[in-house]
Design a protein around this ligand. Structure first.
Ligand SMILES: Cc1ncc(COP(=O)(O)O)c(C=O)c1O
Length: 376
């Protein structure tokens, strides 16, 4: 049996949405064309925009379509930073590479403070308060960490920033579909989402930008997306993303309960199998679909390969650096130089999984553990 437990890296496309998408594929028009075929495409594009805006409690004019969350995060950050002369920015040491590497590349033109996480996987609020300056222009904090699943205190950050001029940028890629995402509730000025994490297509993403936020474009050309992101819109994938978001929102409770049951079963079965492990971060503050586990008895690189040979597909480190097993910057921020940084694996679950798949993962781990134990 092949078991995929890497749903935080990407999800398969929902079959129903795929069928709807292909049924719509005849609407091939360019939304910028002024003839009827173009106008029909434009109507569909704007319909998707309205639906997505509604789900986020935003206005349609606040939604920009991109090629994914990496581009959306880049646009949010670069589009704002370029408005200032050497601004002060606060972000966290546990952001996704699309945020972290973007800020690292901007260190010549901005003063960036990186807030560390505590051992619970939550950013240090006191460090955040101490870092906040009168001239802080932008704060980038993710809602759910993609490696540990730990939810970050966005509501509290939003409250702290309420009387402040700094803009709040929230990477909500791993949150949507697992918890409510309401831009007004968070006080978010910018928020990003990705299609392929919610059973939609790869290569499509959304940037929410509060109406009064001035954003310089990164991609210039034909002035699509109100000049914020040029290039003919991928109407078909945008349609599928809107459908994926609607379905994820409708099924949120069912999906979360199923994911939670799978996670609990996983932890109970691991304990029962007497495989030494520890959870990284605070399991009680984590989104339902992700869990990061420290196995003190072996290196992650070895374990990933051994699990792969047993047809169990999981990952360590961030999804986007999968393929190279590097120590996780998230776990490094939480635990420093501790050996557990190199001995941890992320499992991410889906409502599509069966309980037997959890048994298969634990059986494979048990076999690997015993093999090592007996051989050593
Ligand atoms: C938290 C987070 N932000 C951003 C991204 C990038 O998304 P995309 O693959 O759509 O570029 C990912 C993907 O792993 C992610 O987990």
């Amino acid at each position: 049996m092949e078991v995929y437990a890497d749903f935080a890296a990407t999800t398969p496309m929902d079959k129903e949405i795929m069928e709807k998408m292909f049924a719509n594929a005849d609407e091939f028009g360019n939304p910028s064309s002024i003839h009827k075929i173009g106008k029909r495409a434009k109507a569909q594009l704007e319909h998707s925009r309205r639906e997505i805006a509604g789900l986020l409690n935003a206005y349609p004019s606040e939604i920009t379509f991109t090629s994914g969350a990496t581009e959306a995060n880049n646009l949010a950050i670069r589009g704002v930073v370029s408005n200032y002369d050497h601004p002060h920015i606060i972000t966290t040491a546990i952001e996704h590479a699309s945020v972290l590497n973007t800020y690292e590349s901007l260190e010549d033109v901005a003063d960036v403070t990186y807030i560390p996480a505590t051992e619970k996987g939550v950013i240090d609020k006191e460090a955040f308060k101490a870092a906040l300056r009168e001239d802080t222009a932008l704060v980038s904090i993710m809602l759910v960490n993609n490696e540990t699943g730990v939810m970050q205190p966005i509501y509290e950050i939003g409250e702290i920033l309420a009387g402040h001029n700094a803009l709040l940028h929230v990477d909500a890629v791993q949150a949507f579909g697992h918890m409510g995402v309401d831009v007004k509730d968070f006080g978010a000025d910018l928020l990003t989402l990705s299609g392929h994490k919610i059973y939609g297509p790869k290569g499509v993403g959304v940037l929410y930008r509060k109406n009064d936020v001035i954003l310089n474009p990164m991609i210039t050309g034909g002035s699509q997306e109100k000049d914020r992101r040029s290039g003919t819109e991928n109407n078909l994938f945008i349609y599928a993303m809107a459908e994926a978001m609607k379905k994820a929102d409708d099924e949120r409770t069912m999906r979360s309960i199923k994911e939670m049951q799978l996670k609990e079963k996983f932890l109970n079965t691991l304990t029962h199998a007497e495989i030494p492990f520890e959870v990284n971060g605070d399991v009680n503050q984590a989104a339902t679909h992700i869990i990061n586990i420290h196995f003190p008895w072996t290196e992650a690189e070895f374990l990933l390969t051994a699990l792969d040979m047993a047809d169990i597909y999981v990952s360590s480190g961030s999804a986007c650096s999968a393929g190279t097993v590097e120590p996780s910057h998230v776990l490094e921020s939480m635990y420093g130089e501790d050996a557990r940084v190199k001995k941890s694996i992320r499992f991410s679950f889906s409502h599509l999984m069966e309980e037997e798949e959890i048994d298969a993962i634990v059986n494979a781990l048990k076999e690997i553990y015993e093999r090592l134990f007996i051989e050593s």
